[in-house]
Write a protein that binds this ligand. Sequence first.
Ligand SMILES: O=c1nc[nH]c2c1ncn2[C@H]1C[C@H](O)[C@@H](COP(=O)(O)OP(=O)(O)OP(=O)(O)O)O1
Ligand SMILES: [Mg+2]
Length: 196
Amino acid sequence: MLMSRTLVLASNNAGKLKEFSSLLAQIDFEVRPQGEFDVPEAEEPYLTFVENALAKARHAARLTGLPALADDSGVCVNALGGAPGVLSARYAGEPKSDAENNRKLVAELAPHADKSAYYYCVLVFVRHADDPQPVIADGRWNGVIIDEPRGAGGFGYDPYFLLPEQGKTAAEFSAAEKNAISHRGQALRALVEKLR
Ligand SMILES: O=c1nc[nH]c2c1ncn2[C@H]1C[C@H](O)[C@@H](COP(=O)(O)OP(=O)(O)OP(=O)(O)O)O1
Ligand SMILES: [Mg+2]
């Protein structure tokens, strides 16, 4: 089957869209965010990243008639049993707020000595809404949560996510540095390999 060469990016998150715009320069699709097609946010009711990402990709593909790529991601904190995990975007409730989420994360973690955490990202690509063979890739990035923010780059939990080896938070990396090692960068490179 001849595929359309336009791909809809099934996300409304400006931070993700920015990272994808440079990461996706290497693939052979014209990439357009779902906002351009007035696709409203999909429900994300599931317990796993992969189910939520699949739901988002299908939703965008169904409403646009185009192949779609979705990202479901979050921060998983070991001392909190993996929380906030799939609930990362809504950790402090609705409406979603990075500032409130970060405040809650620091407060929940205060009594714990183990500050280790990781970012996790699942990407799902569907050729069409009913694609029986979605292409799935993931990535993981280990760090520790700190209680004072550092840096102005990135988005979400980045100012509180410290990479001990580099001695910087994710918000202190340049966009290119972050993409080179992040959960999202890893997942996208793996996905591109699978699409070849
Ligand atoms: O590299 C990252 N740097 C900082 N924070 C991050 C990162 N990657 C995921 N995160 C956080 C942001 C949000 O709290 C949650 C994603 O939630 P998630 O549902 O996948 O995305 P979302 O609702 O913001 O946008 P959308 O669903 O339209 O893609 O994890
Ligand atoms: Mg979401």
